[in-house]
Design a protein around this ligand. Sequence first.
Ligand SMILES: Nc1ncnc2c1ncn2[C@@H]1O[C@H](COP(=O)(O)OP(=O)(O)OP(=O)(O)O)[C@@H](O)[C@H]1O
Length: 306
Amino acid sequence: MTDIDVRDLTKEYGARRAVDELTFRVRPGRVTGFLGPNGAGKSTTMRLLLGLDRPTSGTATIGGRAYAELHEPLRRVGALLDAGAAHGSRTARDHLRALAASNRIPVGRVDAVLEQTGLAEVARRRVKTYSLGMRQRLGIAAALLGDPEVIVLDEPSNGLDPEGIIWIRTLLKDLAAEGRTVLVSSHLMNETASFADHLVILGRGRLLADTPVQEFIRARVQPEVRVRSIDPDALGDLLVRHGHDATRHEDGAWSVRNAPAEELGRLLAEEGVPVLELAAREGTLEQAYLDLTATEAEFTAQPQEA
Ligand SMILES: Nc1ncnc2c1ncn2[C@@H]1O[C@H](COP(=O)(O)OP(=O)(O)OP(=O)(O)O)[C@@H](O)[C@H]1O
């Protein structure tokens, strides 16, 4: 079981602080979504973690060691940062075989990951003939090749079609269920909500949230109940009479805050109001994220690129 441990991490490019005193820990057995607006420092943090850039100060370690100190790193950490990395004139199979050979990974893993990523049938085609989605799958295959305990993926859904997006969602959850440590950056809120258990959110290089997804949503978005009856006015009067905080929609339905659906259902039955619709609406990650962005200075007044 291996943690990713980022401690007081700072990276400056000239006068610009891309990562600013960042501290968080990514635990095994769950998928951690890594969120933040463009330029927040997600890719920089991942590059520092993988030893592709040097921190100005602080540390980013995997199982207590810097990436450069890991013995056989591809067997410990699998990463996808840039899906264009494979050599275009090689076939996918040859690319993975070369990677396996140079990292002392058993060659049998090549067919296993080709199968796992749905590339088995196109494995003998040159990579330059691949679509963006296929290249993305190949990048994920390379990340999984060494059967690593830690998996770091930057925007893995990029270029995937709807079927690919469902596939990656299942893959990420399965990898975490196997006890691996999975860190995944994304721009897409609904997408992140569909696979992440935990969130680390950055704004201008700083940590804004490190929290379970459900807690983050619950703390920031009130659940609502949507209710509709054949007589919207009578329904509204009833809700007001019973002191409910309700808003009417254009279609005549009402949204009621701070009341469980069961309580409203019982009230409407007691009052003899015919109900056409009664639905509990949990908050979404997108709503919670927008609430955070509205309240955190890190999201506003982004400096212009130099
Ligand atoms: N090599 C570099 N030289 C100079 N500035 C850099 C370099 N790499 C990143 N930056 C700057 O660091 C900041 C953080 O960028 P980074 O790519 O880490 O953000 P991000 O959260 O991954 O954004 P995105 O979601 O757009 O990929 C940005 O202001 C970026 O311009």
